[in-house]
Design a protein around this ligand. Sequence first.
Ligand SMILES: Nc1nc2c(ncn2[C@@H]2O[C@H](COP(=O)(O)OP(=O)(O)OP(=O)(O)O)[C@@H](O)[C@H]2O)c(=O)[nH]1
Ligand SMILES: [Mg+2]
Length: 194
Amino acid sequence: MIKNATFLKSYTDPSSIPSENIPEFVFVGKSNVGKSSLINCLVNQKKLARTSSEPGLTRLINYFEINGGSFYFVDLPGYGFARVSKDEKKKWTKMIEGYFELSKNIAAVFVLIDIRRSPSEDDLIMVNYLFTKNIPFFIIATKADKLSKNQIAAQRAEIANALKIGIDNVIVSSSEKGKGKKEILDKIAQIIEN
Ligand SMILES: Nc1nc2c(ncn2[C@@H]2O[C@H](COP(=O)(O)OP(=O)(O)OP(=O)(O)O)[C@@H](O)[C@H]2O)c(=O)[nH]1
Ligand SMILES: [Mg+2]
């Protein structure tokens, strides 16, 4: 489904993001949850999006061009990273909010939540925002390779419950094992083909 993927550009100012009519699939979530790793997994490249074991690596709005411009992946900075200064936090929040206010081409949003954790206050705010704005979204429960089958089932239910959404809307993923990849690519294909 994804034949090629290249880095397009990074933006600090959301008002300068691309304005052509190209659908955007957006990856959001807490710092270190695995957004950049998931993008790499989906495009079959190890280093397209930069990743790090230290939270707070992605600091800009990064656009990746998929299949020669049929759609974009947008990698956003993580929210809720405790160890950055207040000013830095404000800057990131502004960037994320600005992006959602100004992008006219959001096709769907993937909200990533670490499968070992309950959704944070920021996750709830994000999901409520998407719900209110009628923006299609999916929850991705990441790093499933860290849990057993039984734990995965329990955490998936817990996340769905906390967000008041159906369990089918929570996709279990592991970028290390490629788990959930097909399901996510199928969702993207469905949206693109419509
Ligand atoms: N075990 C495991 N580790 C993962 C998985 N996905 C990501 N990681 C690790 O989690 C850490 C953070 O991954 P990133 O992809 O950089 O996370 P991010 O959400 O982009 O982080 P920020 O850009 O800082 O917001 C890295 O050490 C990854 O190797 C996964 O599926 N399984
Ligand atoms: Mg990142």
